[in-house]
Design a protein around this ligand. Structure first.
Ligand SMILES: Cc1cc2nc3c(=O)[nH]c(=O)nc-3n(C[C@H](O)[C@H](O)[C@H](O)COP(=O)(O)OP(=O)(O)OC[C@H]3O[C@@H](n4cnc5c(N)ncnc54)[C@H](O)[C@@H]3O)c2cc1C
Length: 571
């Protein structure tokens, strides 16, 4: 059995930042199903928020207020305050580690406008910010070759959780197919988001919610799963992201009549209103027959007026993506776009110090931590502001590292039954390899994605959610008859994809269950049949868990309000 002080699952910004905090002090393992530099953090484009005081009247307090308002008052204000106050120091540290941020004329880290932020506070590296940050952290980790053991292309199967404490993980070495236990005093999940359940999504193939579902299967709750963010500018029919930086730099949104329709929805902020509002505006234009194209089913983002030079300097990546995937060069033509599933506000409930909660009362699991997109701390509430997520992952990755160091004083390896853990994991895989086969995993995956995009998207209502729920039950049933045809051991991606699909089928039902129960509209959760926010009944976090019989149980916990009382959100 492999043994380390700490095992971190995830080599994105959250996981790597935590690993750097721990390196040189304790023995750390980092497990990642993709090679670290392929983690989805590397795809982040637009920027990372911090009140760096370039604009003399910006401040962490204002950043906090914008974030609370952006969250539609569902964000926990104590945690948001920590994030916005830690932001400038965390970004300065990133710079000192070697991250090549773009510069302004005075040589300071340049900052651009972003939706819902009242000041230009998005620090960026052209439109490849996540790439610059992720590679910086990964490079730095090489300094600690002796202290950090990387298990690259290892797939997390299960969390070992017993009697209130996390004791390690079960994982598959994808290169050999071997199942192994990694025994640890503390476990950190930085396993990223769950946007792959949607047909139109900006998310990488790896974002299948494996970490959150490993926690759920172990008996732990998940928080606010119904809040899935739809980004307003995904490439038409592809979902690939056209960064919000395009609007931050001055891009317009146009409907089929070539009209800047945002005027009707957010007069003062226009295209730079928060994402939930812009996505709904686009969807309303399409639903009301003002979309573009032969089927009137998309919107344009128009960058032509920015000019060739600015596009090539500030937005080179998105220009290339639109050329490669749609054959449209934004220097000369507007780009067809539509809302795309983008970010998971929900996840593993955790404290400001990233300690995971086992219930709605705030009981802490010993030795289990979560940070980044898989966690729900909850700094984004019902709607995340752009650039607050690279920040969240970096700030809370750093905090998780510090928190784990404190915990390790006096902590020991709790006993683990290695044979039994391996047997359980093996059985799950053998069931996939050897069941009598009638069903194709690909068909089930396609039908799931279609159902989620059609019925659990930007706008929701009772009928559509019920239809999606019924479909989910059917798909889960059919999944029991899926057989993996490839029986090989070396890089058996068919097994991995089947395990990921099982996770997607399970968490999609949790998204729907939370959404059906929440009879209000708040942030990214917009119900046509309950169009207003209901603070009396619904200013609370959803906690979903599996009851004794496996049935979904919904409980709730209050939102932490410190400085800002809920108000109507106007932009
Ligand atoms: C296209 C795109 C653009 C974005 N742009 C921005 C932006 O400009 N600004 C911003 O603030 N946010 C942006 N975001 C959001 C932001 O990038 C992410 O929320 C953030 O990077 C998540 O970091 P993370 O460390 O939590 O997870 P990730 O970077 O997603 O990493 C997850 C890690 O978990 C590992 N993992 C997952 N499952 C398993 C398993 N079963 N076994 C082993 N390992 C596993 C993966 O291998 C990976 O290493 C963007 C997101 C997308 C999709």
């Amino acid at each position: 059995m492999r043994k380390h002080d700490v095992v971190i699952v995830g080599a994105g910004l959250a996981g790597l930042r935590a690993a750097l905090e721990l390196a040189g002090k304790v023995d750390v393992a980092v497990v990642s199903k993709v090679y670290p530099s392929r983690s989805h953090s590397g795809a982040a484009q637009g920027g990372v928020a911090a009140a760096m005081a370039n604009e003399s009247d910006d401040s962490p307090e204002l950043h906090m207020y914008d974030t609370v308002k952006g969250s539609d008052y569902l964000g926990d204000q104590d945690a948001i305050e920590i994030m916005t106050h830690d932001a400038p120091i965390t970004i300065t540290e990133m710079e000192h580690l070697g991250c090549v941020f773009s510069r302004d004329a005075e040589g300071r880290i340049a900052q651009r406008e972003f939706g819902g932020h009242s000041k230009p506070r998005a620090c960026y590296a052209a439109d490849r910010t996540g790439h610059a940050m992720l590679h910086t952290l990964y490079e730095q980790s090489f300094k600690y070759k002796k202290d950090i053991t990387f298990y690259n292309e290892w797939y997390l199967l299960d969390l070992i959780y017993q009697d209130g404490s996390a004791r390690g993980i079960v994982a598959m070495d994808m290169k050999t197919g071997d199942i192994e236990v990694i025994h640890a005093k503390a476990v950190l999940f930085g396993t990223g988001g769950y946007g792959r359940a949607y047909k139109i999504t900006s998310n990488a193939f790896a974002n299948t919610g494996d970490g959150i579902m490993a926690a759920y299967r172990a008996g732990l709750p998940l928080e606010d799963m119904e809040f899935v963010q739809f980004h307003p500018t995904g490439l038409y029919q592809q979902g690939i992201l056209m960064s919000e930086a395009a609007r931050g730099e001055g891009g317009y949104l146009l409907n089929g009549n070539m009209e800047r329709f945002m005027e009707r929805y957010a007069k003062s902020r226009m295209e730079l209103a928060p994402r939930d509002i812009v996505s709904r505006a686009e969807q309303s234009e399409i639903n009301e027959g003002r979309g573009a194209g032969p089927n009137k089913d998309y919107i344009y983002i128009d960058l032509r007026h920015l000019g060739r030079e600015k596009i090539l300097e500030k937005l080179p990546q998105i220009r290339q993506l639109a050329i490669d995937f749609l054959g449209v060069d934004c220097i000369d033509n507007p780009i067809p776009i539509q809302p795309t599933a983008h970010y998971s506000m929900g996840g593993i409930p955790a404290s400001k110090d990233c300690e995971v909660y086992s219930d709605e009362k705030g009981t802490i699991v010993k030795g289990f931590y979560a940070a980044g997109e898989c966690s729900c701390i909850s700094v984004h509430g019902a709607n995340r502001l752009g650039t607050n997520s690279l920040l969240d992952a970096t700030v809370f990755g750093r905090r998780a590292g510090k928190s784990i160091l404190n915990y390790l004083v006096g902590a020991k390896h709790e006993p683990v039954n290695e044979a039994e853990e391996k047997r359980k994991a093996r059985k799950r895989i053998d069931d996939l390899l050897y069941t009598p086969s009638t069903e194709s995993a690909n068909n089930i995956r396609n039908e799931l994605k279609e159902a989620m995009t059609t019925n659990v998207g930007v706008y929701r209502d009772k009928e559509r959610l019920a239809a999606a729920h019924k479909k989910l039950k059917e798909l889960q049933q059919r999944f029991t008859k899926v057989r993996v045809e490839d029986k090989g051991k070396v890089f058996n991606t068919e097994i991995i994809e089947a395990l990921e699909l099982a996770n997607m089928l399970a968490y999609s039902e949790l998204i729907i269950a939370g959404a059906e129960a929440r009879t209000e509209s708040r942030g990214a959760h917009a119900r046509v049949d309950y169009p207003t926010r209901d603070d009396v009944n619904w200013m609370k976090h959803t906690m979903v868990s599996a009851g004794a019989d496996g049935a979904i149980q919904l409980k709730y916990k209050p939102v932490v309000v410190t400085k800002h009382q809920p108000e109507e959100r106007k932009y």
